[in-house]
Design a protein around this ligand. Sequence first.
Ligand code: SF4
Length: 478
Amino acid sequence: MSRIILVQPLGMNWEPGRKDMSRVANIMPPIGLCSLAGWVEKHGQKADVCDLYAFPDSEGRLLETIRAERPEFVGFSVTTSGFFDALRLAREVKARAPRTKTVFGGVHVSALGDKLMRSYPEIDYAVAGEGEEALLDLMVREGAAPFAKGGIFYRQDGEVRWSGKVVPLPDLDLLPFPDYSKLEGFPREYKLPLFSYPHAPATIAVTSRGCVYSCTYCDRSVFGRSYRYHSSAYLIDWFRFLSGRFGIRHLNLYDDNMTINRGRVLEFCQALTAARLPLTFNCASRAELLDRELLQALKKAGCWTISLGIESGDPGLLQRHRSHAADLDVIRDRVELIHRMGLRVKGLFMIGLPGETEDSIRRTRDYILGLPLDDFNLTKFTPFPGASCYGGLRDEGELTECWELSNCLNVLFVPKGLSAERLDAAFKEIYRLYYKRPRVLARYVTMLWRSPDSWKRFVKNLGSFLQLRRDYRGPKND
Ligand code: SF4
């Protein structure tokens, strides 16, 4: 039997010179790691989870445990922005326990696995794509090739080798529920984004893997274009467990796109309604996949907010980057329909895509301000190495390759004809214009009774939020 300590690094979720607000607003449990832990333990291995994002001060304790107990493996879940922090930790691990092997997995590794292995000797193994079978194989064989499962980069005779293509799990219901008991302080220490839930404690779950679309800015390295999902029976059991064992009252369903298969969503909603569990949920969709019947079913089952990846208010940019681009009028129609049906709707946008211009920024701004959204999120286009548009970016503008800052808060790509300063100013202006409208502020007032826990957190961190507001305040004549 091998033992692994699975680590969620703190990463570097910041804008230089500004207080990191991301951890104030949102600390989500690393359920991918909890799921891996449950999976390898189900098959006779031993796993622990250490979440340094939630508990940055635990690093010393983690390293001391590794020094004293010498687990066979330490695994890191790696995003692009968190890669170098994970690498730093891997060096610390090697300094204390030279025979402990480091395993890197996650989206950044899935996009660049062999390149990372060639450049960074601190990485002993890289698991690309869906990780369950590969990690288990690695542990069962105690790291010794040949491996029976695909998806593992390893070194042999000084060369980086590849165990072959990943074969995805045939049935997601084979997975045990994520082992939340591995997380210190769950669910109390974990917080969903402010105003995104009606009741606490709240947490996240994922009902499907993958997405059939291929938007140019989206990194699909882990699950590709396959789409698989848990059965309704599995999900109801899982949610009942969360409600009964941890008192969970709300779930953010973090599927890439929950409503791809209309029939399964209807069936799931029916089962959840019949189960009468005391919890609500949020989900994400594409606007054009929604209709009245589906929305009715979602609402009846307890859906509170639907997030829509809209991305831009410019038809040309949508056509170019958003797979199966929907008409902006269709999106507006669906937003209004969701609203009329008594559900909350959140719009997700980005600026700075290849081809962005002053005109397209203005169209996006006006489109956002013209929609009856309950919530919105605007990010700065971030060039992820696994996104299909990545290769052509140097022809489209100025690309800064800086993995640490690849967190959607920094301008790392400047389309021709724009500047980083202009994108930054437009970003702040859209936020400022959105939040200064009385209608929007009134909606947040209703959160006093619709999401009281969010307000408590907001008040507790008022100083930080006021500072953020000051940072976003622009010239008086905007
Ligand atoms: S952005 Fe959303 S819809 Fe597009 S490919 Fe990614 S997950 Fe799918």
